[in-house]
Design a protein around this ligand. Structure first.
Ligand code: DOR
Ligand code: ZN
Length: 359
């Protein structure tokens, strides 16, 4: 089996900062990416729009420049959201949008994941004019949808977890208060979130990662496979099935690819584990595996990987193509000047993929 598809956009990826940016971008180009949305949880964060604005953080202008110089100029599109912090205000949103540098902005739950320390509670942005300005100026909100500050049973319990809680409370309020705001529910992991999106209008979409389509918490725990440790955590089989059927649905226009590929040169630490799965070089092959890609679901796969995200962000569908072939291929670590990064499959003990990619 051999499928040729338009090149695709990874609408959620971490390219980080420093010397290895170029290696991470190259890994994306080599898996048929025509563009990417590069998340702003860098050190320091990308938390202002213009280089000349006040603040010690990086600007969208400055970060784009770094990415372009490191190879992102080979992409057809590069989206660079603003990190929403306590210092974000409505005038920043309006002026950034007016100059067309600001197309989207990312909400992080305070301290909720890697480099989320600058996050600020969602409720504040509902009241301080930021979401209103985003709605008025057509700026897309990228949401990491987990309730912050929970622990124990409330964080990850049998009947509920931080994502369930967030989607059944804040997201309902957000949708009601800002009905025209365009929202991407990032890396959704639960049936609750998938149902929320499916019951919302076309202004609300969602990214789904390969790992959340393929694995559950059992895969993480059996053998303590820490390369599968990412946030939000992989959940239960009912959740995984719900994500997969959302992605596979013939009518799906709201769910699309966003890998959350997050390189860490040190995953396991003395007292825990860095959150993030690296799927550079292997993401389309993993999505194909999750879909069990075949002639009958090819259209759904193409919509999910190549069309829905482009439509949501108003990007052209690339003319260039890449090919997926049902033939085993080897996975190797990505060597960079700052260290070696282990791709998810290798971290799970699999050095062979079912699919081969040709770009
Ligand atoms: O697992 C994750 N890793 N989730 C995130 O939200 C951030 C990411 C990272 O930057 O490593
Ligand atoms: Zn992410």
């Amino acid at each position: 089996m051999n499928y040729t598809l338009p090149k695709w956009y990874d609408l959620h990826v971490h390219f980080r900062q420093g010397e290895a940016i170029g290696d991470y971008i190259r890994a994306h180009l080599d898996m048929g990416c025509a563009g990417a949305l590069a998340m702003p949880n860098t050190k320091p964060p990308v938390a202002k729009v213009f280089e000349a604005d006040d603040g010690d953080c990086w600007s969208i202008e400055g970060y784009r420049d770094q990415l372009m110089k490191a190879g992102a100029n080979a992409f057809e599109h590069l989206l660079t959201p603003l990190y929403l912090t306590k210092d974000t205000d409505a005038s920043m949103i309006a002026s950034g949008a007016e100059k067309r540098l600001l197309q989207c902005a990312k909400y992080y739950p305070p301290h909720g994941t890697t480099n989320a320390d600058h996050g600020y509670p969602l409720q504040k942005f509902m009241e301080n004019g930021v979401f209103e300005a985003m709605q008025d100026n057509g700026v897309i909100l990228n949401i990491h949808g987990e309730e912050h500050g929970l622990s124990g049973e409330q964080y990850f319990g049998q009947n509920s977890n931080a994502e369930d809680t967030f989607y059944s409370t804040h997201m309902v309020e957000l949708r009601e208060k800002f009905p025209k705001l365009k929202i991407v529910c990032e890396h959704i992991t639960t049936k609750t979130a998938a149902d929320f999106v499916a019951r919302s209008g076309d202004n609300i979409g969602a990214t789904i990662t390969p790992q959340h389509l393929l694995y559950t918490v059992a895969d993480l725990l059996q053998g303590l496979k820490y390369h599968l440790y990412c946030l939000p955590l992989v959940k239960f089989e009912e959740d995984r099935k719900s994500l997969l059927s959302s992605a596979l649905s013939e009518n799906n226009t709201q769910f699309f690819a966003g890998t959350d590929s997050a390189p860490h040169t040190e995953k396991a630490t003395e007292c825990g584990c860095a959150a993030g799965c690296f799927t550079g070089l292997i993401a389309p092959q993993l999505y194909a595996q999750a879909f069990d890609l075949n002639d009958s679901n090819l259209n759904a796969f193409k919509s999910f990987l190549c069309l829905n995200g482009a439509n949501f962000y108003d990007l052209n569908v690339p003319k260039e193509t890449f090919t997926l072939e049902k033939k085993p291929s080897q996975v190797t670590a990505l060597e960079t000047s700052v260290g070696s990064v282990t791709p998810l499959s290798l971290g799970l003990g699999q050095d062979t993929l079912d699919w081969t990619i040709k770009v």
